[in-house]
Ligand binder design. Structure first.
Ligand SMILES: Nc1ncnc2c1ncn2[C@@H]1O[C@H](COP(=O)(O)OP(=O)(O)OP(=O)(O)O)[C@@H](O)[C@H]1O
Ligand SMILES: [Mg+2]
Length: 445
């Protein structure tokens, strides 16, 4: 079902990361980026590396630098590409972020390129570029990037999970060929102590347990942040013990693989377990309590991108998903209960490609549908179709028919309300609805 989704500036702002206050060990890399951006007419920088290594944080610090503000003035744009799955959406996202008006008779691409080919210096930061790049329409994204990068007064920074920048563009890779390095021990200590300050426990950089724990964490900033936050409320000894138990479980499941990835997984699992215990102790209704929202958002950001960028190869994809699905369900449940976001719809839609996870997915789709008053009609009906497919797959035909009846009712009332104006629901989705009704009824009788 093809539904065109309008991205507005609000969506993009919601996606824009907060400027990270705790930031250690990256002074030289930020200086390097700032000086080439400041001194050269045009440069294209790729900030690469694994999820949680600190790419967005580096990009935001470069953007905040005074020399950069001086050179690009107001024309420095941060575009979060996690919501922009292809070239069309990318163009739309850029037009929105820059604030360009699309006049009649001109397409958004013409307007965008006309602006970028002007004389004024412009800097574009395309964050999480792996999402459009790994989409099916990579050729269109590549062509668009080449057009953008050929504009002489435009400098571009992409942040991207992986080891290569997109397309044939000559990228200046920040931090070496394989991307950003992990944090050195001294920077990791400083960051950990800052994240855990203001908590119940005061942690000293020279504490030998801290050093042991940080060697295990292996310089991964996301893991340092998560465990540092937990150290506000738990003594280091306890955390070290929990880490060892969790790490042994992770290694048993995935075997000895990349230590850095294992460190991210262990830190996420520990955090979710501890948050889960707190939630059940506090009661279902009290979902948000001090300090946890930030941790949850970080984990959510990590997994949103993870799901967008699962490997093409089906065996590798299944392995990766299998390893993380428990965490994904936990964080998705927390996020869905807390608020309505379009990104939840997007992730649910993707997970619905995996029938083996249907039993875990059904309650999440149903919980998400509790926000239906906030959804546009096409999203709501799409979610209801997903619910129906899951129910049918699980043999719950009676419930599936009930869902279809609700969709029919919804659809009819909308038609009455809008007096035949069917713009909001595409003809594709109405055909799909009829097919689904027939399919479900055929299964049931
Ligand atoms: N140099 C640093 N010092 C301290 N904390 C850092 C540093 N870099 C990143 N962090 C923290 O680590 C977490 C992950 O960082 P960030 O979001 O920049 O990673 P990323 O590489 O962009 O991840 P993703 O691939 O998921 O987009 C954030 O909470 C951030 O504040
Ligand atoms: Mg990022």
């Amino acid at each position: 079902m093809l539904i065109f989704q309008r991205i507005n500036q609000g969506d993009l702002l919601l996606q824009t990361s907060q400027f990270p206050a705790v930031f250690t060990g990256r002074t030289n890399l930020v200086k390097e980026a700032v000086s080439i951006l400041y001194e050269t007419n045009q440069v294209h920088i790729a900030i690469l590396g694994a999820g949680g290594i600190g790419k967005t944080s580096v990009a935001l610090h470069v953007m905040q630098n005074l020399l950069i503000k001086e050179k690009f003035a107001e024309r420095c744009y941060f575009i979060s590409c996690g919501m922009l799955p292809d070239a069309i959406n990318l163009i739309q996202g850029l037009v929105q972020a820059i604030g360009l008006q699309v006049a009649q008779g001109k397409g958004p691409l013409d307007v965008l390129l006309a602006y970028l080919k002007g004389d004024q210096k412009v800097m574009l930061i395309l964050d999480n570029f792996e999402t459009p790049w790994n989409s099916k329409g990579q050729t269109e994204v590549k062509n668009l990037m080449e057009d953008i990068c050929s504009a002489k007064s435009v400098s571009v920074i992409v942040t991207m999970r992986g080891t290569d920048g997109p397309g044939q563009i000559k990228w200046h890779k920040l931090g070496g060929q394989s991307g950003l390095p992990a944090l050195e021990l001294s920077a990791a200590k400083e960051a950990f102590c800052s994240f855990s300050s203001n908590g119940e426990y005061t942690i000293k950089e020279e504490d030998p347990i801290l050093e042991k724990l940080l060697i295990q964490i292996d310089g991964m900033p996301l893991a340092i942040m998560l465990i540092g936050e937990l150290a506000k409320e738990l003594p280091l000894n306890d955390l070290m013990e929990m880490w060892n138990i969790q790490k042994a479980a992770v290694l048993q499941k995935i075997g000895e693989q990349d230590n850095r990835l294992a460190s991210i997984e262990v830190s996420i699992q520990l955090t979710l377990n501890i948050l889960g215990e707190k939630l059940s102790a506090t009661g279902e209704d009290v979902l948000v309590f001090q300090g946890t929202e930030h941790l949850e958002d970080q984990i959510w950001n990590f997994y949103e991108s993870f799901i967008d960028n699962l490997p093409q190869d089906s065996i590798a994809r299944d392995n990766q998903l299998e390893q993380h699905i428990g965490n994904i369900f936990k964080i998705l449940e927390i996020q869905i209960k807390r608020s309505f976001e379009k990104s939840h719809t997007k992730v649910l839609r993707k997970l619905c490609n995996y029938t083996k996870y249907y039993p875990g997915l059904l309650p999440l789709v149903e919980k998400h549908l509790e926000w239906k008053s906030q959804m546009i009609l096409s999203d709501q009906t799409e979610m209801m179709f997903l619910q129906e497919s899951i129910l049918s797959f699980m043999g719950e035909y009676g419930k599936a028919i009930e869902v279809i009846n609700c969709v029919e009712e919804l659809y009819k009332s909308q038609i009455n309300e809008e007096a035949g104006n069917l713009n909001v629901i595409t003809s594709t989705s109405s055909i799909s609805m009829n097919n689904t009704i027939e399919r479900t009824q055929a299964k049931c009788y």
